[in-house]
Design a protein around this ligand. Structure first.
Ligand SMILES: O=C(O)CCC(=O)C(=O)O
Ligand SMILES: [Fe+2]
Length: 294
């Protein structure tokens, strides 16, 4: 399922454990998070609201010519040009009501408020992604991209389209949240401060072979969510289907703790984001890894 590298579900890649039965028990959820490095919450968001958000995003893709001609927009069939549509900075889309009705919902905020035991906030940047065929991410800790301010922060990856195993699901490297050496070296980098490559590896096999991690994933339905901290390595598998894989990742933390200012609006109505050092050269990960000896 990773292109060249074939993993078999239930064998060398396992199904994430669904914690949705514990939804009203923050203590149990925290204990799963500490132990497993993630929370998989099936049906976390209202399914109908999630589908509205999908529809909204597909409409935006359609307006930009991204859908195959003559097909029904709701099928999300990718046009020949096969463009990814990250809507991060396209606020009319990424901050549209149907999107915020999911990730900023009363239910979502009250969930995090229960988890943190106090009022919470989310970043202005919301990572709404539409992956075309072949599109995927690479393994990383979120700390490297968004680790400034409090460490008391959770990332949530939400599936908006129905995402089969070959449709580009989130993949978690199980055990990576307990790898001390990785956390104190790679995990301690800040890509924009240190001018370092942010992706740890694109090779899932080495994570299994050399680090002893097991990969975990699941087929996702609209509104299913996976939650993890700053030091859980994850990626997405390639979307091998003909349909867009749409997902959104958002961050939540206590409102009275320091956010990562890079993702909050500034006076110009934009956020700084990553890669703001124009023309900078980033130290290659291979060089960093040689120094760290990992
Ligand atoms: O959706 C993706 O491709 C990557 C998601 C991710 O890295 C995240 O949710 O933090
Ligand atoms: Fe991430």
């Amino acid at each position: 399922m990773f292109g060249d590298e074939v993993f078999h579900f239930g064998d060398d890649i396992v199904e994430l454990k669904d914690s949705s039965n514990d939804i009203d028990n923050p203590e149990r959820l925290w204990s799963s998070l500490r132990e497993d490095g993630y929370l998989y919450l099936r049906g976390f968001h209202d399914r109908e609201l999630a589908k509205k958000a999908t529809h909204w995003t597909l409409h935006a893709i359609d307006e930009r010519g991204g859908l195959a001609p003559g097909t029904d927009a709701s099928d999300g069939i990718i046009s020949e040009a096969n463009h990814n549509f990250p809507f991060f900075r396209v606020l009319p889309v990424a901050h549209g009501k149907p999107i915020l009705d999911v990730v900023d919902s009363e239910a979502t905020f009250s969930f995090y408020q229960r988890m943190f035991g106090k009022p919470v906030m989310t970043f202005d940047k919301r990572w709404l992604r539409s992956m075309a065929k072949g599109g995927h991410n690479h393994f990383h800790y979120d700390s490297v991209y968004l680790g400034r301010g409090t460490q008391n922060r959770l990332s949530m990856w939400t599936a908006l389209t129905s995402t089969a195993l070959d449709g580009g699901p989130l993949v978690v490297a199980l055990g990576s949240h307990e790898h001390e050496r990785l956390i104190e070296t790679y995990g301690a980098t800040d890509m924009d401060r240190d001018l370092t490559d942010a992706v740890f590896t694109s090779d899932p096999r080495e994570l299994v072979r050399d680090f002893g991690f097991t990969l975990g994933t699941a087929p996702f339905e609209p509104g299913d969510a996976v939650i993890f901290g700053l030091y859980t390595m994850h990626s997405t598998a390639p979307n091998l289907s003909d349909r867009y894989r749409i997902s959104i990742d958002t961050r939540y933390q206590p409102a009275d703790e320091e956010p990562d200012e890079r993702f909050m609006f500034r006076d110009n109505g934009r956020w700084l984001g990553n890669f703001y050092n124009e023309g900078a050269e980033y130290t290659p990960m291979s060089e960093l890894r040689a120094w760290w000896g990992i």
